[in-house]
Design a binder for this molecule. Structure first.
Ligand code: PLP
Length: 389
């Protein structure tokens, strides 16, 4: 049997009658836009995360965009974030005219390092790039730090006790990019319940994925939730034809909500299966020389969106990836190029060497098949190929 990177087919086989029933219900009532499934999903996920309010939207990218718009982010604003993430995190900051100020990651978690963030804030406040690398161009005047977007990479929660304290100390808002961490916990709390707002993605490959694009914003603040609801519908006021602010068309399709409601029935079990698969990988791969497996933390429970590990060097990674390919084992590299070195962000004039931990991770990291239906025999086979390489 072939090994797949993610296995949506097995999941569909399990859920087929329920998914079909839910989709049929939408086709019967015909409320394709903002049908009753949207509110049902929002209520269910807000409760699941203990987040208070959930606002469904069209993608994880739009969830970030809406949350930044709600904070009135614009030119002259500096938003701290990691360069070791999917482009959407920094792209949304830049699209609103604000400036992404990159902060290096902690090498052990691949997540934004709060100590480096403190340095970046000192560098911004003293306008001194000697303290921490800052954008060298791409903005006018001085940058005002306004907020932080943390990213729970691969599903692992960031160090939220430190980040929350840092944000509070400097009067900044905190937006949690939980695109990869829906279902993850830190000290028993969902990452979607943290920050001023949290944003997740239901892209099909995510731990909770739909059959197309989808996303959600979470917040404990009812006023902010109201603004997010307005922003996703062209800035509507009391009704559709009263526009009180500039917004977007960023609604989730009812059909996606119907799929996600079906998938939620087995999501806790799937989270558990992902965690067991990760434990098994660590057991099989942990003692292979030159391989660094992801850490488990007492206070945090990853959603295991990806199982990402480090080779000893770039050439070592290449050797492993070549061997895996020979054996028809799928792999991925998240992310081969940190954002500060991507063409889209050259206008900020960052340089190679500005964020050494991110650059080192990009050179050595790779991800293995990860999904709830991974067979332990396949994991043993994968580990054998890596050990040989
Ligand atoms: C960290 C991160 N942020 C944002 C996004 C954007 O989500 P979407 O693809 O749903 O727009 C993704 C999706 O891959 C992501 O991994």
């Amino acid at each position: 049997m072939t090994i797949t990177f993610i296995d949506l087919k097995t999941q569909y086989k399990r859920l087929k009658p329920l998914i079909r029933e839910n989709l049929d219900r939408v086709l019967d009532h015909g409320a394709y836009v903002m049908g009753p499934e949207i509110e049902r999903l929002e209520n269910q996920l807000a409760e699941f995360c203990g987040a208070g309010h959930a606002v469904a939207c069209s993608s994880g990218t739009d969830a970030l965009l809406l949350s930044l718009m709600a904070q009135k982010v614009g030119p002259g604003d500096a938003v701290l974030t990691t360069p070791f993430t999917f482009c959407a995190t920094a792209e949304t900051i830049a699209l609103l005219g604000a400036t992404p100020v990159f902060v290096d990651i902690d090498a052990g978690t691949f997540n934004l390092d709060p100590e480096q963030a403190e340095k970046a804030l000192a560098a911004l406040n003293h306008n001194d790039p000697g303290i921490h690398a800052l954008p060298r161009s791409g903005f006018r005047g001085t940058l005002q730090p306004k907020g932080i977007i943390s990213v729970d990479l691969f599903g692992l929660p960031c160090d939220y006790p430190s980040l929350t304290q840092l944000a509070r100390k400097h009067g900044l808002w905190l937006i949690v990019d939980a695109a990869q961490s829906f279902g993850a916990l830190i000290n028993g709390e969902s990452t979607c319940a943290l920050g001023d707002a949290a944003c997740t993605s239901f892209f099909p490959a995510k731990p909770l994925g739909g059959y197309g694009d989808g996303g959600m914003c979470f917040t404990r603040d009812p006023d902010l939730a109201g603004i997010l609801r307005s922003l996703r519908m062209h800035g509507q006021g009391r009704d559709r034809y009263e526009n009180v602010r500039l917004g977007l068309n960023a609604r989730m399709d009812t059909l996606q909500a119907a799929v996600l409601l079906a998938k939620m029935t087995i999501f806790p079990e799937e989270l558990d299966l992902r965690r067991k698969a990760a434990l098994e990988y660590n057991r099989l791969l942990g003692s292979i020389p030159g391989i660094t497996v992801p850490a488990f933390f007492q206070d945090r429970q990853s959603a295991w969106a990806q199982f990402s590990l480090l080779a000893e060097s770039g050439p070592h990674r290449q050797k492993i990836l070549d061997r895996l390919k020979e054996k028809h084992i799928p792999w991925a590299v998240y992310y081969p190029q940190p954002l500060h070195l991507q063409t889209a962000f050259t206008y900020l004039a960052y340089r190679s060497g500005d964020f050494p931990a991110s650059e080192d991770a990009a050179a050595r990291i790779f991800s293995l098949p990860m999904h709830p239906y991974l067979r332990s025999g396949d994991q043993e086979m994968i580990a054998g190929v890596i050990a040989q390489a």
